[in-house]
Design a protein around this ligand. Structure first.
Ligand code: ACO
Length: 325
């Protein structure tokens, strides 16, 4: 017997507080014009007091309500984040407790902006094993708490939010191909710290805590390596980029998406974007975008439309999934 996974529900949630470029230009030397022209971003959501688990819990509750399932029906929760509430318990364990999914095992995945794609690829294998029937896969971030608000080169780029999917068993194959990558030798292009406590027996230096990024290096990596992986994956399954309905790519920079569309030789409309309103929400960006596209009727669950989901960022990591939705 072959077991297949399908995405049966999608949902997202964003904190209420909107912070515009204009507002940022009052606290740092930047301008709406610079941010918009370089990135496309106009505003972002910033959590006032909600942690990553709070955002993810709302998404999990929406997924359950939409499906009519009880939390007790859920076998596992995988949560992708680089801004966990704590190292332990995991943010996924907090969500499991919050929704009362007492039969589910839960863990976090740390793969920066590729986190959701890596988590979804992992979850699909859990269902394909035939051991599990239903799982939640969520990307959630409160990046605002890891930013150096005096560093204009990063502070203007990121935002907070959460999105996720319910995965269930199905008799059709929906996950058609994947390609997941890491290049740790280029890891210093994107770093975010972790503060260990002082020990009398070791001499670890406390690292730079706030997120820092070599933006140009990451931009070039996305255009070169990610596009190459996208093209390779499509040629492996004898599809042309044109035959893909939508490319749901990580939402870092609108100019980057323009370039990627040109390199793939597809109309820009095939690469939907929402970073204008939310900035870069790292592991949350792809599920938020997917959920919005479903809400707008561009993507219909169960329709068989062909989607590429692709995340790329810290690690360096990048991943591509071809899904028949
Ligand atoms: N406002 C005004 N000026 C600024 C700002 C700002 N907010 N930030 C930087 N500048 C200045 C710089 O100081 C520099 O000035 P200088 O030339 O006098 O030194 C100038 O603007 C140009 O800076 P660049 O870094 O060359 O700008 P660039 O065109 O490369 O755009 C950006 C920067 C937007 C960060 C771009 O490189 C980018 O999007 N990179 C990719 C980011 C990405 O994809 N991240 C994904 C992964 S995120 C994750 O994994 C968590």
């Amino acid at each position: 017997m072959t077991y297949h996974a399908k995405i049966s529900q999608v949902a997202h949630y964003l904190p209420d507080q909107v912070v515009t470029n204009e507002e940022l230009s009052r606290i740092m030397e930047t301008s709406d014009d610079w941010i918009r022209s370089r990135t496309g971003i106009r505003e972002r959501r910033i959590s006032k007091d909600e942690q990553t688990s709070d955002l993810a819990t709302v998404v999990a509750e929406k997924l359950l309500a939409q499906s009519g399932l009880s939390a007790l029906d859920i076998d596992f929760i995988i949560l992708a984040t680089i801004t966990p509430d704590s190292m332990m318990p995991s943010t996924a364990a907090r969500v499991q407790a919050n929704i009362g999914a007492s039969k589910a095992f839960a863990f976090d995945v740390t793969a920066a902006c590729s986190g959701f794609v890596f988590a979804l690829a992992t979850a699909e294998k859990l269902l394909a094993s035939g051991v599990y029937q239903k799982g939640l896969v969520i990307g959630a971030e409160v990046l605002s708490k890891t930013l150096d608000w005096e560093d204009r080169s990063t502070a203007v780029l990121f935002g907070d939010g959460a999105g996720g999917v319910l995965l269930e068993l199905d008799d059709q194959r929906h996950f058609l191909r994947e390609s997941l990558h890491t290049d740790g030798t280029r890891g210093q292009a994107l770093e975010s710290g972790y503060q260990g406590l002082h020990s009398p027996y070791s001499d670890f230096q406390s690292s730079h805590l706030a997120l820092k990024m070599d933006g140009r290096a990451v931009f070039d990596f996305a255009i070169r390596d990610v596009v190459a992986s996208l093209k390779d994956l499509l040629s492996e399954v004898n599809l042309t980029p044109d035959e893909v309905d939508y490319f749901l790519l990580h939402q870092a920079n609108n100019r980057m998406l323009d370039k990627m569309a040109r390199k793939l030789a597809v109309p820009r409309e095939k690469l939907p974007a929402n970073m204008m309103a939310y900035g870069n929400t790292s592991a949350a960006s792809i599920p938020i975008l997917l959920s919005e596209c479903v809400e707008k009727g561009m993507i219909e669950l169960g329709s068989g439309q062909k989607l590429i989901l692709s995340g790329f960022g810290g690690g360096l990591t990048w991943g591509v999934l071809l899904v028949s939705i």
